[in-house]
Design a protein around this ligand. Structure first.
Ligand code: PHE
Length: 339
C-alpha cells in the first residue's frame, strides 16, 4: 500500500521535474489529480482496505495529493515567471541606439496664405464656396459678360476642352454659381485652382485665386475699399496702405486694380517693388448690373462688389519670393526657409 502511494508520488515528481511548459503541467494535473486521476482513483480503492488501515491510508494519499498540488503550484509560478522573462528579453529595447529623426510636416506657404484669407473672411461673415475646375464656358465667360468671340477673351489664355467646356481661367465662375443659387443678401469667398496657358517667373499654367463676392442693397465702392484694406492689413501688417487704379474687367463696372504698399520697404521703394513703393495685388470692382441680371438678381434693388486676388502672387509678396515657380518645385531646402 505504502509502496503504491510512494511509487505514484515518485512518478508525479519525475514528471513535474521534467515539465517545461504550462500545457504539460496541466496534463500532469489531470493525470494525477483529475476526476479520473491516478491519486483520485487510489482514494476510490479505500473501500477495499481493512477498516483499521483506512485512516492511515487516507492520510497518506491526502498528503501525497497535497505534495503534488504544492509542486504543481510552484512549477506554475516558475513557468509563468519564465514566460514573462522571455517576453521581456524578446521585447528588449536598446535605448542607447540613436533614434531616427521624424520629419514634421508643414503647411505649404501657399496654403498658409489661403488659410489666413479664409479665416479672416469667415470671421467677417463670408460663406466659403467651391466650384468645378473643369467648367462650362457659360460660367467662366458668358454669364460674366464675356460673350463668345468677344475680344475680352484674349485677356485670359484659356485651355479649352471642347467648344463649351474649359479649365476655368478664373474663380469668378463661382460668382455666377453663387448668384444663381443664393438669395441676396449674401457674402461668399471661393478659394481654388485656376488654369491659363501662361508660364514665366510670375505666371504658372496652374495658379490659385481667391474670389470674393458681396451682394446686398446699397453696396458701394467704399465697402469694397474698407473690406480689402482690412484683408490686406491682416496679410501684410497694420501699416499697409492700399490704392485703387482704374482698370477693366467685363464683369465689373467700375473696375479697379488694387495695390498695397510694399511689405518689404513699407512704401519707400526697394528692389522687390521695383522702387515704386507699391505692389500690384488684385483685380476688383462693382459687379456689372448686367451680370447680376443674367443670374436673376434685380439690379435696381441690389448691387455688389467682387474681388479676385491671385493667391500665388500674394504668397510671393508675403514671402518675398522672386520667382513663383520656386513654390511648386517641391524643393524642401527652399520650402523649409518659408516656415
Ligand atoms: N477674375 C479676374 C481675373 O482673373 C479678377 C477679378 C475678380 C476682377 C473679381 C474683378 C472682380 O483677372
Amino acid at each position: 500500500m505504502l509502496e503504491q502511494i510512494n511509487a505514484l508520488l515518485e512518478e508525479a515528481k519525475s514528471k513535474i521535474n521534467t515539465c517545461q511548459d504550462l500545457k504539460t503541467l496541466n496534463d500532469i494535473r489531470v493525470e494525477f489529480l483529475g476526476k479520473q486521476g491516478k491519486v483520485t482513483n487510489l482514494l476510490h480503492t479505500m473501500k477495499d482496505i481493512d477498516k483499521e488501515e483506512r485512516p492511515k491510508f487516507g492520510q497518506l494519499v491526502n498528503s501525497a495529493r497535497n505534495e503534488i498540488e504544492e509542486l504543481l503550484k510552484n512549477l506554475q509560478i516558475s513557468l509563468n515567471e519564465r514566460a514573462i522573462e522571455q517576453k521581456m528579453a524578446s521585447e528588449k529595447v536598446d535605448i542607447s541606439e540613436p533614434s531616427k529623426i521624424v520629419e514634421k510636416g508643414e503647411i505649404h506657404p501657399l496654403h498658409k496664405v489661403f488659410d489666413k484669407l479664409i479665416d479672416a473672411c469667415v470671421a467677417m461673415g463670408f460663406t466659403v464656396l467651391t466650384g468645378p475646375e473643369v467648367e462650362y464656358d457659360y460660367y467662366n465667360f458668358e454669364a460674366l459678360n464675356v460673350p463668345k468671340d468677344h475680344p475680352a477673351r484674349d485677356m485670359q489664355d484659356t485651355f479649352f476642352i471642347t467648344d463649351n467646356i474649359l479649365m476655368r481661367s478664373q474663380t469668378s465662375s463661382v460668382q455666377v454659381r453663387a448668384m444663381e443659387t443664393m438669395k441676396p443678401p449674401f457674402k461668399i469667398v471661393s478659394p481654388g485652382r485656376t488654369y491659363r496657358a501662361d508660364s514665366d517667373a510670375t505666371h504658372s499654367p496652374v495658379f490659385h485665386q481667391f474670389e470674393g463676392l458681396v451682394v446686398d442693397e446699397n453696396v458701394s465702392l467704399v465697402d469694397l475699399k474698407s473690406m480689402l484694406t482690412q484683408l490686406l492689413k491682416m496679410l501684410f501688417g497694420e501699416n499697409t496702405k492700399i490704392r485703387f487704379r482704374p482698370s477693366y474687367f467685363p464683369f465689373t463696372e467700375p473696375s479697379v486694380e488694387v495695390d498695397a504698399t510694399c511689405p518689404s520697404c513699407g512704401g519707400k521703394g526697394c528692389r522687390l517693388c521695383k522702387n515704386t513703393g507699391y505692389m500690384e495685388l488684385l483685380g476688383a470692382g462693382m459687379v456689372n448690373p448686367k451680370v447680376l441680371e443674367m443670374s436673376g438678381i434685380d439690379s435696381n434693388k441690389y448691387s455688389g462688389f467682387a474681388f479676385g486676388p491671385g493667391v500665388d502672387r500674394l504668397a510671393m509678396v508675403v514671402n518675398k519670393i522672386p520667382d513663383l515657380r520656386m513654390m511648386f518645385e517641391n524643393d524642401m531646402k527652399f520650402l523649409e526657409q518659408l516656415k
